[in-house]
Design a protein around this ligand. Structure first.
Ligand code: SF4
Length: 383
């Protein structure tokens, strides 16, 4: 396999949200320039002697943390360095995304990104309700999110994705509906919508443990998901993945790399990558990442060679997340076996229970299967 995508992690934020367990650090007093020096070194070293892989790349994604917490000059350094290794960035169809936090990207920063080849933004809106934004620890208002979307359009971006969250404490069906309606009215091209998960090492986790967080019932979350599906599909978005919705032609190539079980580079503190059948994770803590790269050419702490059995399992439970499902033809071309030969029992049981459907050589989740995704996915893990 050859790598299809590049992920670059910028682990800095100007504030810390109550629900977030990503690898990120409050930016004040952090050695940001030194981090960029080491990040650029990691990128340079990985691409050295790996030229054959460059022509297969179809996307770059700079995420975080918050890439827009960097100054324009710092962001330029990161972008320029990664793109000098990927000449195809100029080609039609190449997808280059940067994550943006509302209120953190002014015209200058947005224009710099455009000039350097960025053609897609992923804006962390989360909600269009100020009270809810405050409640989850976001630093921006709904108005700032709207202004950032407007500025991005002025700067020439035509492919804009926004993130939304549901299942938030105090969120009503009506408030959720208003956020969906707003997303549609703002005419973005892509929506990623995730339900709140309470993760360890977050403020929300502490409050939850103390019984201070009123979470919504599973039924209400399911109702919110149904509403999301029906409203976005009516507005012309296709639910091409369980949590991702796109207007025609705007499905994210980068995200599909993960769901199609394809390989990708991962750069930066705490980043994950998948190359030559090896999944790896970089060291997360900032001083450790910087120190290790001063001494060596990469910052991998864990790596695992994915066995053929594991690859087949991943192919199924990641692929089934997509509406296009899993093709037996593709499966056979990768593993030399039909998915029925490997997972026949699970496929039959899930089909009988109305969670999977088959159309010729493709299997995909039914509506019920999409709601109960985890129940389906665990059937493909053979332990
Ligand atoms: S959600 Fe985003 S902005 Fe908030 S702390 Fe996490 S990485 Fe930073």
């Amino acid at each position: 396999m050859t790598a299809r995508a590049v992920y670059v992690h910028i682990p800095f934020c100007t504030h810390i949200c109550y629900y977030c367990d990503f690898n990120k650090f409050f930016i004040k007093d952090q050695p940001v320039d030194e981090y960029i020096d080491m990040l650029n070194k990691e990128v340079d070293e990985a691409f050295k002697g790996d030229e054959d892989n460059h022509s297969s790349l179809h996307s770059i994604y700079i995420g975080g943390g918050t890439p827009t917490a960097l100054t324009t000059a710092q962001l330029r350094r990161v972008i320029k360095n990664v793109t000098r290794h990927v000449p195809d960035v100029e080609k039609n169809g190449f997808e280059f995304t940067v994550e943006v936090n509302p209120g953190e990207a002014d015209v200058e920063k947005l224009q710099a990104m455009r000039e350097l080849g960025v053609n897609r933004l992923s804006i962390g809106v989360q909600s269009f309700d100020d009270h809810l934004l405050k409640k989850i620890g976001r630093a921006h208002t709904a108005g700032e999110a709207e202004r950032t979307i407007a500025l991005a359009k002025q700067a020439g971006f035509t492919n804009i994705s926004i993130d939304l969250m549901f299942g938030l404490p105090d969120q009503t069906i009506q408030l959720w509906e208003q956020s969906i309606d707003k997303a549609v009215a703002l005419d973005v091209t892509h929506v990623s919508a995730y339900s709140l998960k309470i993760e360890k090492k977050t403020m929300f986790y502490n409050w939850y443990q103390r019984g201070q967080l009123n979470l919504l019932s599973e039924d209400t979350e399911a109702e919110m998901y149904d509403l999301l599906m029906s409203k976005l599909e009516k507005a012309g978005f296709s639910a091409y993945e369980i949590s991702n919705f796109a207007r025609n032609g705007y499905e994210s190539k980068h995200n599909k790399t993960y769901w199609k079980n394809e390989e990708y580079y991962g750069f930066g503190a705490g980043a994950h990558g998948y190359l030559q059948s090896v999944r790896y994770a970089n060291v997360g803590p900032l001083p450790h990442y910087i120190d290790i790269l001063k001494k060596q050419t990469h910052a991998r702490k864990d790596s695992h060679t994915v066995t053929s059995q594991e690859q087949m399992e991943e192919e199924m439970f990641m692929g089934l997340r997509m509406r296009e499902g899993v093709s037996d033809r593709v499966f056979k071309s990768k593993y030399g076996l039909s998915y029925m030969e490997v997972f026949g029992e699970a496929v039959e049981e899930l089909t009988e229970n109305g969670l999977l459907e088959k159309n010729k050589e493709i299997i995909y989740l039914t509506d019920k299967g999409r709601l109960l995704g985890n129940e389906v996915f665990e059937k493909f893990i053979m332990v």
